[in-house]
Design a protein around this ligand. Structure first.
Ligand code: FAD
Length: 453
């Protein structure tokens, strides 16, 4: 009896337990399908839509053209297809995010009514969200204890490639091919190489190179010290289990720190699984009465990288130009919006999601909440990032700023972080600071204090 493998956030062929489960032991035929769901495709922003499109092409190639790309609402399309193909079960990796969960329950109900099975094997995470819990069964709300329990829980070995896999021919949907072409045309001029092969190459290059200095370099935005794998993890071109297995047994602090970063990804997915409302609402209710500003002009200056604070502007321009921003600078720019411009974090989270290749509801929105002080881990609200000292500390030679802010390219070294200290600082029309950091810091602290009283 054939089976159906429905790909979603797992656009790869290796280390994919759901593929092994679909292939079964008897080597039955596997139909592979990806559904372009208009509810998601339209809302992801041009950058991420193009990235998904490029990865769909790559996964098609990896499966020898045997992935059917369909268009429609999966709630009706998947059960119909399963019936037409006469499969005994639909196989997936479990989807923990709110939209995917409710969609999957609807599909499962319809399949049940037809007597067709629904099999979830694995998820896009090392440990499936919801599994790591305190002894009393409640979820963790703070990262460090979660990470200990996560390590103790452990994860599976990478899945072997199924033997005797027999993939069914794919049906061509011309409309989807046209949608992919359109997405690629409307997306950024340059996208990173897409697909599993590119992800694995990047990963192995990282293991052989930057990993050794990861601990020291990961905070320096001018250095290629991080793996740049977040866009690949986002679409499932690589799985964290594969990466954790490769890190296992490697000595040095780089490997341990890297595993901890992957744990943050699992943690935020776990938080969202337990608290779907935390995607767009304060995780902690304490700051519910916080007063926010809504200056459209200031938000626009932030979005476009015209705040007059060099490291903030460099980050915001890197985001618009490349669809990616360095983690340290994500924290600095997010803090600037939340604490210098007093804007509620969802406004910034939305902008990031619209422009990031790796834009991810769990990591992004909880990363924003962490910075804003409304999230898990009680990042104390009085910790306000100073964009000038942060810039000088993490980009000591000013290289990152000069790379993204050409108006400051004439300033040598640290000077790029403080154009106001130099006679020629504004010779090339760099904007003046839109606010005074010291004043806004005080204002933010006053408001936080008033709200948490
Ligand atoms: P590396 O340093 O090589 O880290 C390896 C992997 O660990 C990353 O690919 C990522 O999957 C994971 N990771 C690292 N740091 C974090 C973190 N703080 N939270 C969760 N996972 C982490 N990450 C996203 O994947 N998507 C987002 O939309 C996103 N938005 C963010 C928004 C804000 C305001 C902040 C502060 C952080 C955000 N992050 C997000 C986390 C982090 O910035 C990126 O994962 C990281 O910069 C990706 O680059 P990399 O792959 O080179 O990271």
């Amino acid at each position: 009896v054939p089976s159906l493998l429905w790909l979603r956030r797992d656009l790869r062929r290796h280390d994919l337990p759901a593929l092994g489960a679909a292939a079964g032991t008897e080597g039955g035929q596997v139909h592979v399908v990806f559904v372009v769901d208009p509810a998601i495709w339209g809302s992801a922003g041009a950058v991420r839509t193009a990235w998904t499109a490029a990865n769909l092409r790559a996964v098609q190639e990896a499966y020898g053209g045997k992935v059917s790309l369909r268009h429609g609402d999966p709630r009706t399309l998947i059960p119909r297809l399963a019936k037409e193909l006469g499969v005994d079960a639909v196989h997936v990796s479990a989807e923990p995010f709110p939209y995917g969960r409710s969609r999957d329950r609807a599909v499962q109900e319809r399949l049940d009514a037809e007597g067709i099975g629904w099999v979830e094997t694995g998820s896009p995470y090392a440990v499936t969200p919801g599994r790591v819990r305190k002894k009393d069964g409640s979820p963790y709300q703070v990262f460090t204890p979660f990470s200990r329990a996560w390590h103790d829980h452990g994860w599976r070995e990478p899945a072997a490639d199924p033997t005797g896999l027999h993939l069914a021919d794919a049906e061509d949907d011309k409309r989807v091919a046209a949608m992919i072409d359109k997405a690629l045309r409307e997306g950024p001029e340059q996208l990173p190489d897409a697909g599993e092969k590119a992800a694995l190459k990047r990963w192995h290059d990282f293991l052989d190179g930057p990993l050794a200095d990861y601990d020291g370099d990961r905070d320096k935005p001018a250095v290629d010290g991080t793996s740049f794998l977040s866009p690949y993890l986002k679409v499932g071109a690589i799985h964290p289990r594969t990466m954790l297995a490769d890190l296992d047994g490697r000595r040095g602090t780089g490997a341990a720190s890297y595993a901890t970063e992957l744990c943050w990804r699992d943690f935020y997915a776990d938080v969202l699984w337990h608290r779907p409302d935390s995607a767009w609402h304060d995780y902690r209710a304490e700051l519910g009465s916080m007063r926010y500003d809504e200056s459209a002009q200031a938000v626009e200056a932030w979005r476009e990288g015209r705040t007059g604070y060099p490291i903030v502007d460099a980050g915001m321009r890197q985001l618009l130009a490349t669809g990616w921003m360095h983690n340290r600078v994500r924290m600095i720019t997010a803090s600037f919006l939340a604490k210098d411009l007093h804007v509620w974090w969802p406004v910034g989270a939305r902008h990031f999601l619209d422009h990031l290749l790796d834009g991810d509801l769990a990591s992004n929105n909880h990363g924003w909440q962490w910075t804003a002080g409304t999230g898990t881990d009680a990042a104390p609200y009085f910790r306000v990032f100073n964009p000038i000292t942060q810039g000088k500390k993490f980009d000591p030679q000013g290289e990152y700023v000069r790379r993204w802010v050409p108006e400051l390219a004439h300033l040598a070294g640290k000077a790029a972080h403080e154009p106001w200290e130099h006679d020629d600082g504004y010779d090339h029309d760099y904007p003046q600071r839109i606010v005074d950091h010291a004043e806004e810091r005080t204002k933010a602290l006053d408001r936080y204090q008033a709200a948490s009283r």
